[in-house]
Design a protein around this ligand. Structure first.
Ligand code: 13P
Length: 263
């Protein structure tokens, strides 16, 4: 199966943004864009990842959007179930509230919040076992790329979760390749470099799972309306994980359109 048969995903990671009123405005504007020119869900899966506090409100506000827009959690606890874990939200609690997808392993969590490979693997295991879909983020630093270690680092991050993912659970995983040096910097990986890494990821996945050819591999790192088409044209880039540009309704809509129409 060619990877071009994969329905693309365009996911807005709002990170620790925006204030409530701005979030409402953003959703309204995005819904208007979708109303004027709907994208079919068969062309593109669209999702947004607001702060935990806003997950359910955003979900309600998007319920009447012209096309389905999924709401994704930005993180999940390493603890499963319920219990005395102050401040935590488990995979089961997300699922129980109707949140079906979670980002795990974002570089900001790995770098700033001690999400080591062990922690990330626990989160992935718990999320999958609770029936969530996982958007698993991988990516190398600038120093690692300059030392020629990018492929090794990224493939190791895939291997880190391989021991906790059961054979059929790979169907519930979306990979997001986000080179750290491209996040929030305005420096996008060139389409050639991004495609080369995505192909390497798919090859690596093929050694681990029979689902490799069907797995969406998203690119993230300064994706904007004006570079989305070039990225979408790459064979193994099956969508985008968008930070800054997802806080602008028109930009986010244009990025989704670029992937929906190119794939
Ligand atoms: P930017 O699009 O702002 O570079 O952020 C990318 C990202 O980290 C998405 O998860």
């Amino acid at each position: 199966m060619s990877s071009s048969a994969i329905t693309p995903w365009v996911v807005g990671n709002w990170k620790m943004n925006p204030m409530q009123a701005d979030a409402q405005q953003l959703i309204q504007s995005f819904k208007q864009q979708l109303q004027q020119a709907p994208l079919s869900a068969a062309q593109c899966h669209i999702a947004v990842a607001p702060i935990a506090l806003h997950l359910l409100t955003v979900q309600q506000q998007l319920a009447d959007a012209a096309v389905p827009v999924a709401v994704v959690a930005q993180d999940v606890s390493r603890q499963a179930g319920t219990g005395a874990y102050t401040g935590e939200i488990s995979a089961e609690l997300l699922k129980d509230s109707g949140i079906d997808t979670v980002l795990i392993g974002h570089s900001e969590r790995r770098e700033l919040f001690a999400d080591t490979s062990v922690v990330v693997a626990e989160k992935v295991k718990n999320a999958l076992n609770a029936g969530l879909r996982v958007i698993y983020c991988v990516g190398e630093s600038l120093a690692q790329r300059e030392e020629g270690l990018a492929n090794q680092v990224v493939l190791q991050q895939i291997c880190d979760i391989a021991r906790v993912v059961q054979a059929e659970q790979w169907a519930q995983i979306v990979i997001a390749y986000e080179p750290i040096w491209a996040i929030g910097t305005g420096k996008t990986a060139s389409p050639e470099d991004a495609q080369a890494m995505h192909a390497a990821i798919r090859e690596g996945l093929a050694q681990i799972t029979a689902y490799a050819a069907k797995m969406p591999i998203l690119y993230g790192g300064s994706v904007k309306a004006d570079n989305a088409l070039q990225l979408a044209a790459c064979k193994d880039i099956n969508g985008a994980l968008v930070g800054g540009a997802s806080l602008d309704a028109q930009s986010f809509y244009q990025i989704a359109t670029a992937f929906a129409q190119t794939k």
